[in-house]
Structures are given as C-alpha cells and as structure tokens.
Design a protein around this ligand. Structure first.
Ligand code: DX5
Ligand code: ZN
Length: 219
C-alpha cells in the first residue's frame, strides 16, 4: 500500500483552496507542515489557520508539527480534525502522554525523527503509534536535497515494523521526494511519501501525484 501526501508548504498560500483542489482527487492525505520559528527557523501556519485548512480540505489531513513543546498542543490538531498528527521526538518531554492525548480524539499518531536522531530512540513508543516519520532533510524548508544516507534508518525501521508491528505502522519519508528519489525510498521500505516542491512545481500537480505513486510502486 503506497500513500502520497502532497505538502502545501510551498504551494501558493494565497490560493490554498484552489491549490488543494488540484491534488485532492489523486492524493491520500494532505500534508500540513506546522512550524513555530522555535523548533525550526521558519514559521508557517498557526493553530487557527490550521483549523481552517483542516476544515476546508476534502481529504484527510496529515499534520506534521515542527514545534517546540508539542506536549502542550499536539492534541489540539487532532481536536481540529486532523486525521493524523505527527510530533517530533526531539521536542517532546512526555511522549507517552502526548500520544495518548492525540489518540483520544481518534487521530492516528506519528512520531518524527530528525536526520541526526537514531531510530532506536523510538523503540519504547512503537507499540502505541501508527506512523514513524523519518526526515530525509533537516526540517524547516521545502526544496532541499533528499538525504540518501537516511536509507539505512528507513531500512532499520522497515525491519522492525515487519518483525513486530506488521501492518500496523506506516513508514513515512519527508524531504526531497521526487520522481528521481521516490523509488530509492520505496525500495528501502517507506510506504508513505510526502512531496512538496515536486508536486506543486509541476505543471499538473495531480498528474505528478499519479507519477510519483507509479514510481514508488516499481520495486
Ligand atoms: C520540511 C517539511 C516538508 C517539506 C517537503 O521541513 O517537513 O514536508 O514541505 O518539501 P519538499 O518535498 O520540497 O522537500
Ligand atoms: Zn513535513
């Protein structure tokens, strides 16, 4: 099962509804990058703006929180209706509580790892989460180059998921995913792919989603 999640980070912010309408029929989830200018040196959507986007998006929203102190507010994105809420392990002091608070709203729970964070640190939480997000760029900006050296981490995660959590946990990659790189990530074991610039810089974003899906399926 392959899932394609276009990120609206670099879409036209002034025409978001129309940008989203160009990919919604082809996409599994809309990836919403929330940045607070503290955890990462960039700022995107406030909770209020996120709430509006979530309520107006016709497909499930995958919220990726690049914020300090997700323990305080991650569950509010689930309350706002996000289908999936992912927070960064590096930013959380109470991951167990935060997982439970998100899940209480019925959302899927994801934990994200920055490139420098080893996979084994997520081990204590695997039985309680629905998705692992392995960043393939340093979080903060779209349009960066895919880090091929993250594939060992993706392979490690795939092995652990197949051994102990088969079918339960999605394995997502985010950063630099394009027609040139998606097959590499898929071969390493990713099944859920975020793509920002590759989709929204394409002349036909919806068609690009189809092409990415087809490329990921070649394994
Ligand atoms: C980066 C974000 C990504 C970003 C991906 O911190 O988490 O979701 O939008 O953009 P591309 O696909 O351009 O690397
Ligand atoms: Zn993201």
């Amino acid at each position: 099962m392959i899932r394609i999640c276009p990120s609206i980070l670099n879409a036209d912010r002034n025409n978001l509804a129309s940008e989203i309408s160009r990919i919604s029929a082809q996409s599994d989830l809309l990836h919403l990058d929330v940045m607070d200018n503290i955890f990462v040196p960039n700022q995107t959507f406030t909770l209020e703006e996120s709430r509006k986007i979530i309520s107006e998006t016709p497909i499930p929203v995958d919220a990726h929180l690049m914020i300090a102190d997700p323990d305080q507010s991650a569950h509010l994105y689930a309350e706002a209706g996000a289908a999936s809420v992912t927070f960064h392990l590096e930013a959380s002091i109470k991951p167990v509580e935060t997982i439970a608070k998100i899940a209480a709203y019925g959302a899927r729970v994801g934990i994200a790892l920055k490139p420098g964070t080893p996979f084994h640190l997520i081990a204590p939480f695997m039985s309680d989460i629905d998705m692992v997000l392995i960043m393939t760029v340093e979080p903060g900006f779209g349009g960066q180059s895919f880090m091929r050296n993250m594939m060992a981490k993706v392979e490690e995660a795939r092995k652990e998921i197949d051994t102990n959590y088969y079918g339960k946990i999605w394995l997502q990659v985010d950063g630099g995913i394009s027609l040139e790189t998606i097959q590499t990530a898929s071969a390493a074991g990713a099944d859920t792919f975020v793509a920002g610039s590759a989709v929204f810089k394409a002349d036909e974003p919806g068609e690009m989603v189809n092409l990415l899906r087809a490329a990921a399926a070649v394994n």
